[in-house]
Design a protein around this ligand. Structure first.
Ligand code: KIV
Ligand code: ZN
Length: 510
C-alpha cells in the first residue's frame, strides 16, 4: 500500500461543484476574491471552474490561473479533446495547472447516459488522459459514479489511465450512495487491485445525499487516500459535497484516530465560510457543524456553568482555532482610523487598498452613529460589501416606511437610477412587500422573489439586520444582500443589490 506521506491534499471545488448548487452563481470578481481567500486558507488545489461550460467560466478560470500563485489551479474537462484543449487554454499560463478530466464508469451511466460499452469507456479514458498529458504532467482522472461501478472495471480503468499519464485518480461518490464501511472497503480494494497505484495519488469526492460525505471522506483517509475533494460550507450539487471544514477539524480534533496532517490554516475557516455564504447567498444553517452560528453557542445553564469553569467541559474544539472572534467588542464611535485598520488586518483582510480602507472607515463611522458597539461581524459585513461592490445602476437614497398591526403598510423609496432621482410609494402586505413593489415600479423591473432570509449580524436589539434575497429575472437567478440596523432598509438594499447584480451580469460574464 503506497502511503508514503501522511499529508492530506485538500482539493477545493467550491468554485466548480460548489457553484453547481442551485442559485449559487458567482461573478468573476467574486470567484477571484474567493480564490485568493482559499490561498490564505492554504488549500492545495483550487478547482476554478469548467472552462468549456461557458465563456464566463473560461474567463474566470483563466483569470484565477493567470493571477494566483502558490497553489495548483485545476480546470474540469469531460473526456474529449475539445474540453481538454479548452481547459488547457484557460490554465496554461498558470504557475501550477492541473487538468481534471472525468468519465463515468458505472453500468447505469454507460447504458443510459453515455450509451457506450465498457471497452469504449476504457479506450476513451486512456485517449483523453494521453491527450491531457501532452500538455501537463499534472493530470487528474475521475471515474464518475465510481461507487456504483463494478470495482474490477474501475481498477482496470485506473490502472490504464495511470499508464497513460494520470497522476491523481479520483473515486467519486457522485450520487452520495456509499456507506462509510463500504466506502473504506472499496478504497482498500483499489489499493489491493491496481498494480501501479503507487504511481498516483488516490482521491475521493463525496456527495452528501445521505448526510455521509464527511464520514465517507474520513473512512477513505483511514483506508489510505491522500487527496480529499471538498467545498466550503459543503455547498455543491443537490445536497452538496463534503464540507472541508468538517474533515479538517475532524482530523485536527481526533489526531489519535486520524494519523494524518493537513496544511490548512484553520483560523481562516470562519472568514472563508462567511465569504462563501455572502457571495452565494446560501446561508449556513445555524446548527451546521464547525461554521454554524450555534456551533459554539451554549444554551443550557448546566453547559454554560461548565464552560465558565473549564471550556473543555463542553467544547471539543477551540473556537479560536477556526478564526471565530465572535462577541469581541471592537470599536465604538470614537475609535480612530488606526484602530480600525488594525482590526481589519486581524480579521484577515490585510490586502485592502487605501481607497477601500477609506470606504470602510466612512461606513464604520456612519454605523457607529446609530449603533453604540461595533463588533467584528459588523466590520466584516462592511468589508464584504465594499470588496464585492459592483457598479450601482440603482442606488438607495432614502426610504421611509409606515406599518403596524392596525395600519395599512406603506413604504416610500427614493432611488438614483443611472444618476437620475426617482421616487415612489406603494402599499403592501407588509412594509418589506411595499418596499419591494415600490422599487420594482421605480426601476421598471419584473423579478420574482424566490427566497428571502433575514438574520442579525450580532446579538442585541440594536444589531444590524442582514438580508439575503434570491431573485429570478428571466432565466437568471441572482442573489442580493444588504445590511442595516433597520431591517426594512436592509431588505431594500438586498433587493437593489440583486437588481444591480442582474444588470452587471448582463454586461459582464456571469
Ligand atoms: O460528483 C462527481 O462525480 C463530480 C466529478 C466531475 C468529479 O463532480
Ligand atoms: Zn461532484
Amino acid at each position: 500500500m503506497p502511503i508514503d506521506t501522511d499529508k492530506i491534499i485538500f482539493f477545493d471545488t467550491t468554485l466548480r461543484d460548489g457553484e453547481q448548487s442551485p442559485g449559487a452563481t458567482m461573478n468573476m470578481q467574486e470567484k477571484f476574491r474567493l480564490a485568493q481567500q482559499l490561498v490564505k486558507l492554504n488549500v492545495d488545489v483550487i478547482e476554478a471552474g469548467f472552462p468549456i461550460a461557458s465563456a464566463g467560466d473560461f474567463d474566470c478560470v483563466k483569470n484565477i490561473a493567470d493571477n494566483t500563485n502558490g497553489v495548483q489551479i485545476a480546470g474540469l474537462a469531460r473526456a474529449n479533446k475539445n474540453d481538454i484543449d479548452t481547459a488547457w487554454d484557460a490554465l496554461k499560463n498558470g504557475e501550477n495547472p492541473r487538468i481534471h478530466t472525468f468519465l463515468a464508469t458505472s453500468d447505469i451511466h454507460l447504458k443510459y447516459k453515455l450509451k457506450m460499452t465498457r471497452d469504449e469507456v476504457l479506450e476513451l479514458a486512456v485517449a483523453s488522459v494521453k491527450h491531457a498529458a501532452k500538455y501537463t504532467s499534472n493530470v487528474e482522472f475521475s471515474a464518475e459514479d465510481a461507487t456504483r461501478s463494478d470495482l474490477d472495471f474501475v481498477c482496470k480503468v485506473f490502472s490504464a489511465v495511470i499508464a497513460a499519464g494520470a497522476t491523481t485518480l479520483n473515486f467519486p461518490d457522485t450520487t452520495g450512495y456509499a456507506m462509510p464501511d463500504e466506502f473504506g472497503a472499496q478504497i482498500a480494494y483499489l489499493f489491493a487491485n491496481i498494480p501501479n497505484i503507487d504511481k498516483a495519488v488516490l482521491s475521493v469526492h463525496c456527495h452528501n445525499d445521505l448526510g455521509l460525505a464527511m464520514a465517507n471522506s474520513l473512512a477513505a483517509i483511514k483506508a489510505g487516500v491522500r487527496q480529499v475533494e471538498s467545498t466550503i460550507n459543503g455547498i455543491g450539487e443537490r445536497a452538496g459535497n463534503t464540507a472541508m471544514e468538517e474533515v479538517v477539524m475532524g482530523i485536527k480534533t481526533r489526531p489519535d484516530i486520524h494519523k494524518v496532517t493537513t496544511d490548512i490554516v484553520t483560523e481562516q475557516i470562519h472568514p472563508t465560510s462567511r465569504m462563501v455564504s455572502t457571495i452565494t447567498g446560501m446561508m449556513v444553517q445555524p446548527n451546521k457543524a464547525i461554521v454554524g452560528a450555534n456551533a459554539f453557542a451554549h444554551e443550557s445553564g448546566i453547559h454554560q456553568d461548565g464552560i465558565l469553569k473549564e471550556r473543555t467541559t463542553y467544547e471539543i474544539m477551540n473556537p479560536k482555532d477556526i478564526g471565530l472572534t465572535s462577541g469581541s467588542l471592537v470599536l465604538g464611535k470614537h475609535s480612530g482610523r488606526h484602530a480600525l485598520k488594525d482590526r481589519i488586518a486581524s480579521l484577515g483582510y490585510d490586502d485592502l487598498s487605501a481607497d477601500q480602507l477609506q470606504q470602510v472607515f466612512a461606513r464604520f463611522k456612519d454605523l457607529a452613529d446609530v449603533k453604540k458597539d461595533i463588533f467584528d461581524e459588523d466590520i466584516e459585513a462592511i468589508i464584504m460589501d465594499i470588496i464585492f461592490a459592483i457598479p450601482e445602476t440603482y442606488k438607495l437614497i432614502s426610504l421611509g416606511a409606515m406599518s403596524g398591526n392596525k395600519t395599512m403598510p406603506v413604504t416610500g423609496v427614493k432611488l438614483s437610477v443611472n444618476g437620475e432621482e426617482r421616487e415612489g410609494a406603494l402599499i403592501g402586505v407588509g412594509p418589506i412587500d411595499a418596499a419591494f413593489k415600490t422599487i420594482a415600479q421605480i426601476t421598471n423591473t419584473t423579478s420574482k422573489l424566490l427566497y428571502f432570509a433575514v438574520s442579525s449580524i450580532t446579538g442585541g436589539t440594536d444589531a444590524q439586520g442582514e438580508v439575503m434575497v434570491r431573485l429570478q429575472q428571466g432565466d437568471k437567478i441572482i442573489v442580493g444582500q444588504g445590511a442595516d440596523p433597520d431591517i426594512i432598509t436592509a431588505a431594500a438594499k438586498a433587493y437593489i443589490n440583486g437588481l444591480n447584480r442582474a444588470v452587471y451580469l448582463e454586461t459582464k460574464h456571469k
